[in-house]
Write a protein that binds this ligand. Structure first.
Ligand SMILES: [Zn+2]
Length: 167
């Protein structure tokens, strides 16, 4: 599934890329009609919190309207509405360019910190950013994992009940 996030959902768009989804960010100030046309022609679901978009002709089947506030709530709403798997292909895309990362040749990096030299390194062919499993990536991965598991509420609830204090 490919997505197009409106300009109010920059944070969410970055998280979708972190999960490995092809998620484009709408240009600022783009009008509604153009946004919908861009989504349709590129085969993307337009993710927005703008209710007005729903009234446009051709919005059906192209639009995913979010009603939640905050990136955590929106993430879970996306899981419910589009079946987003937050562990789809974590850290396979550049968070900035939305381009698949490529393995970095061993001898390529003077710019790589010495303590990550033994790790597999990935590089964005566009912006040349280098990605590795440092603490920042690990923290992001934990968040993705949290969203992926809180999608299965029915499995989590019985366990919560068993830990009620005093029982
Ligand atoms: Zn990049």
């Amino acid at each position: 599934m490919k997505l197009l996030c409106d300009e109010m959902l920059k944070g969410l768009c970055r998280w979708l890329r972190a999960a490995g989804y092809d998620a484009e960010q709408a240009s600022e100030g783009e009008n509604d009609r153009n946004l919908l046309a861009q989504a349709r022609t590129s085969g993307r679901v337009l993710v927005t919190r703008d209710r007005k978009l729903q009234e446009h002709r051709g919005a059906a089947g192209t639009l995913c309207l979010l009603t939640c506030n905050g990136v955590d709530a929106c993430a879970l709403e996306l899981t419910e509405k589009l079946g987003i798997d937050w562990l789809h292909r974590p850290f396979s895309r550049c968070l900035i360019c939305n381009i698949p990362l490529q393995p970095l040749p061993r001898d390529a990096g003077d710019s790589v910190p010495a303590d990550v030299c033994n790790q597999p390194l990935l590089c964005c062919p566009e912006c040349k950013r280098i990605y590795w499993k440092g603490s920042h990536v690990r923290r992001m991965q934990e968040k993705l994992q949290g969203w992926a598991t809180s999608g299965c509420k029915q499995e989590i609830l019985p366990m919560d009940e068993k830990t009620v204090p005093g029982t």
